[in-house]
Design a protein around this ligand. Structure first.
Ligand code: ZN
Length: 481
């Protein structure tokens, strides 16, 4: 009885501690600059985006894709942003990737770096309301392939620099604009070669700002208003083939287990038995940053995440595909192959699993796990080169603070937090020349808009384009001017 009372007392004390801790967690004071209007001509910016879209810079997956649009695009930048082009020194890497540099007056400051990719995914016209490379401007939007991914961001960044130059504002920090040409292919001819060039020249960056984190409705996290997520790292990537060889033959007399069933069983087991969920540093920082704004119950859980972590990790891993992707390595079966005829047993069957690796789960560890789960009758091999999760960029830096400030000044009331970006960008290659690599797409997008990326009727709102340009001007003001 005494033991029970003692246990209950400890439990009660712990709960009181957790409640008080949650109650005492308040938002930290955040500074933001007073929003000034820059007097931008948003229709002119929209026209520039429209013109950029009209140059069909489709990733050159093979020799059948023309490279002319990439040369046209270079001319387009020259003609559309004359002050930028005049102030910048251009270095062309590997024929198509572009590195522009504007020198700053203070040689002690490391340069800033805006990243974007010139290439876009293909866009067959079927299903589009307007031709995908028309750059049609209608109903407050600019339509076309690349409108979101990511000519909008490149245009906004270039507009901001052109604005600063037109105002005669001197750059104290140098700035690089690095525009790769093969991001959508994940080949290694663009960004990695640019970084190799920087390495050879001994150039290091203060920060890199690329596409990535978005602004979303905070409801999903129990928060009123919008949340802006800045990617401070990204997951790794690995494609793994599971295969099995057995006697083939006529399907009227199958000998169990068949090749296809063996592979299917391995895929099924892998879906059931995954690696343990992990709270990475960015995930912990995300919870810490946003907890003060959450509704009381969610806040209670998040503030006490260390005590509740065993339950919380399992809950997040099962709650929603997005929360699951934030806490664990995901395994997505994407392709499968058996025989070519309905009445023929395949002598060989295979399935491909697309794995997205969370920080802390190395490709070796993930491969080991897959082999263990698949069992000894299944051959397991990595297709292409595995890419480990990127390094994690710190958030206690001046550049993170200034980028966050620019977000808050541009998008009123938005809460800013770091997180682990769950897809892949060119910026993952930049760690050898920069510790502070941040991924943020400064466009307010509805879920409907987001569905259009890499799909039909991709579009960018003209107002959103103006805000994104203002965001980049503020980043320049805060860090370069
Ligand atoms: Zn992109």
């Amino acid at each position: 009885m005494e033991i029970l009372i003692a246990v209950l007392s400890v439990l009660a004390a712990l709960i009181i501690f957790m409640i008080v801790r949650a109650a005492l967690t308040k938002p930290a004071a955040k500074n933001e600059t007073e929003a000034v209007s820059y007097g931008l001509d948003k229709n002119k910016i929209a026209l520039h985006l429209s013109e950029a879209i009209q140059i069909p810079t489709v990733s050159m997956a093979d020799a059948s894709y023309p490279d002319k649009p990439f040369f046209d695009y270079r001319e387009y930048i020259k003609n559309t942003y004359p002050l930028f082009f005049k102030a910048a020194e251009l270095t062309v890497i590997n024929e198509y990737s572009l590195v522009y540099r504007i020198g700053g007056a203070d040689k002690n400051l490391l340069p800033a770096c805006f990243l974007a990719h010139i290439d876009v995914v293909p866009a067959p016209a079927e299903g589009w309301d307007v031709p995908p490379f028309s750059g049609a401007v209608k109903d407050g939007f600019v339509y076309g392939r690349g409108a979101q991914d990511m000519k909008c961001q490149m245009i906004a960044a270039l507009e901001s620099i052109e604005y600063a130059l037109a105002k005669g504002l001197p750059f104290k920090r140098s700035i690089y604009c690095c525009f790769g040409h093969d991001e959508e292919l994940s080949t290694r001819d663009g960004a990695p070669e640019i970084v190799k060039y920087f390495k050879e020249k001994g150039v290091e960056m203060e920060y890199v700002l690329d596409e990535g984190g978005t602004m979303l409705d905070g409801k999903m996290l129990g928060i009123d208003g919008s949340v802006a997520l800045v990617g401070t790292c990204e997951k790794g990537y690995m494609d793994v083939r599971l295969s099995c060889k057995k006697d083939g033959g006529h399907a009227s007399t199958p000998k169990k287990p068949t090749a296809l069933a063996s592979v299917a069983k391995a895929v099924y087991k892998l879906e059931k038995r995954q690696l343990s969920p992990v709270f990475t540093q960015p995930t912990k920082e995300l919870f810490k940053e946003l907890a003060p704004y959450m509704t009381p119950i969610v806040k209670f859980v998040m503030v006490n995440r260390d005590i509740l972590s065993p339950i919380l990790k399992i809950a997040l891993a099962n709650l929603h595909p997005i929360s699951a992707a934030l806490v664990k390595t995901t395994f997505a079966p994407t392709m499968a192959k058996g025989s070519n005829a309905a009445n023929v047993l395949p002598p060989y069957a295979e399935a491909v699993i697309n794995c997205r690796l969370i920080a802390g789960n190395s490709p070796e560890l993930v491969l080991e796990h897959i082999k263990k789960i698949a069992g000894k009758n299944i051959d397991v091999e990595v297709i292409n080169e595995a890419i480990p999760a990127s390094d994690i960029s710190p958030i206690n830096t001046a550049s993170y603070a200034e980028i966050s400030k620019a977000i808050r000044s541009t998008f009123k009331g938005v809460k800013v937090a770091p997180y682990m970006f769950i897809a892949a960008t060119d910026s993952r290659f930049y760690y050898p020349v920069c510790k502070n690599v941040y991924r943020f797409t400064p466009f307010m997008m509805t879920p409907d808009d987001q569905k259009r990326i890499h799909a039909i009727n991709e579009r960018c709102g003209i107002d959103a384009l103006e805000s994104a340009t203002e965001f980049f001007i503020r980043v320049l003001e805060n860090t370069c001017l």
